[in-house]
Structures are given as structure tokens and as C-alpha cells.
Design a protein around this ligand. Sequence first.
Ligand code: PXP
Length: 240
Amino acid sequence: MSHLRLGVNVDHVATLRQARRAAFPDPVLAAALAELAGADQITVHLREDRRHIQDRDLQLLRQTVRTRLNLEMAATSEMVQVAFTAKPDSATLVPERRQELTTEGGLDAVNGKETIKKIVRSLHEGEIEVSLFVDPDLEQIRAAHRVDATQVELHTGRYCDAHTPAERDSELRRLVDAAKAAQRLGLKVAAGHGLSYENVQPVVSIEEIRELNIGHAIVARAVFVGLERAVRDMIELMRR
Ligand code: PXP
């Protein structure tokens, strides 16, 4: 079975910094430590309201990240300009609403297909791979294929939030079906949102998934055990 890549999302290191409008902790330093611990990718979400990651962080990360830099961004022309300047290896298009605490649902690639297609094309012209963050829904997967995305990142939020074993199994089944459908269409498959040390392993066993993006659980554990150990603990659970 192929190597499952870990993208470490360092947004919440910046959340802590911004809580005091201070100069630390520094997400750029966090990214370097995550890489030393074995992360395959660094992921950041530059939000329109700049609540955690700042433009300067992105510039510095582009200069220092040695693995791959994945920029999560809203599907807007303003963010395309940011991506052109920052030149991440990949961009993950996510829906963005100002009031939300975190990204709540997947992108609607079905209804937003005209806009998304244009944005995907622009990003490809800038030699940036494009992933669409979508719910594990076959219509969304087909739409992602139609707008020429390279990859889909399956939203694991509903699986992670399931209250009963039956609900969890059914959400896991949706992820399996979506991953298989995406791969059949030639899309690469990633997954993320809400994954933790407790719930990651069933997702690891979905063969079609080649990358996980994990933030909150790793940064939260890092507060107690250090970032390097937190990243290594997750990598340990991701061996297949
Ligand atoms: N993937 C995407 C597309 C996201 O928007 C987020 C949250 O920023 C994550 C992964 C990471 O989610 P979490 O912080 O819950 O691990």
C-alpha cells in the first residue's frame, strides 16, 4: 500500500499568537519543526478576515518550507492573486463564511461550477495544483472532475462528529464510496477536518486516500507534549 502523506495544518499556532496580537508562537517555526518530525506537507488557510495566518506568514513559509506548501483559500479572484504571489505547491479551495468557527461544510462544486472552473484554470496556469474540499458526495466528486480539479479533499467532519457507532459506520462508508468514485475518475484523493488520534485509523485504511490534512488535534497535543512528538504520534497511527 502506498505511503499516506501527512499535511500538518499550523493555523492554530497563529490563532494563539493572534489572541494576544503578539509575535509568538510562530507558525513558521512550527512548520519547520513539523517537517523535522516527518510531515510531508505544511497546510495553511489564509482567511479573508486574517484571523490566524497573516500574509507575511505565507511569504515566509514559501521561503522556508522544504516539503510542500498547501494553501487553503476561498474561491475568489482576490485569493487567486494572493496564490500567484505566494506560489504554493497546491491550493485547496474551501468555502468561507465570516461567522463560522472553522470550515463547516464542503465547497459546493455543483452550483458553483462556473466560478470554480475559472479559478481552477487560473491556478493551473500559475502551475499550482488544485484540490477541492468537498463533502463525500458523488455529485460533488463528479463536479470536481468536471471543473478539472487535480484532487479532492474529502470532508471528514460528519464522520468525526458522529454520535453513535451506526452513524460513524455510515459516514465512513460514504467516505469509502466517495474515495473510490474519485479515484475512478482519475482524481487524487485527500481527506481532512476533525481528524484526531482517536478517530484517524479507519480513515487510514481507505486505500484510495493518499493524504490527510490535520491541524487542531496535532496543535492541541503539542501544547502538552511538544510539536515534534505530536507529529510523530500521528505518523505512527498513519502507518498502513
Ligand atoms: N482540511 C481543510 C480543507 C480544512 O479547512 C481544515 C481546517 O482548516 C483542515 C483540513 C484541518 O482540520 P482540523 O484542524 O480539524 O484538523
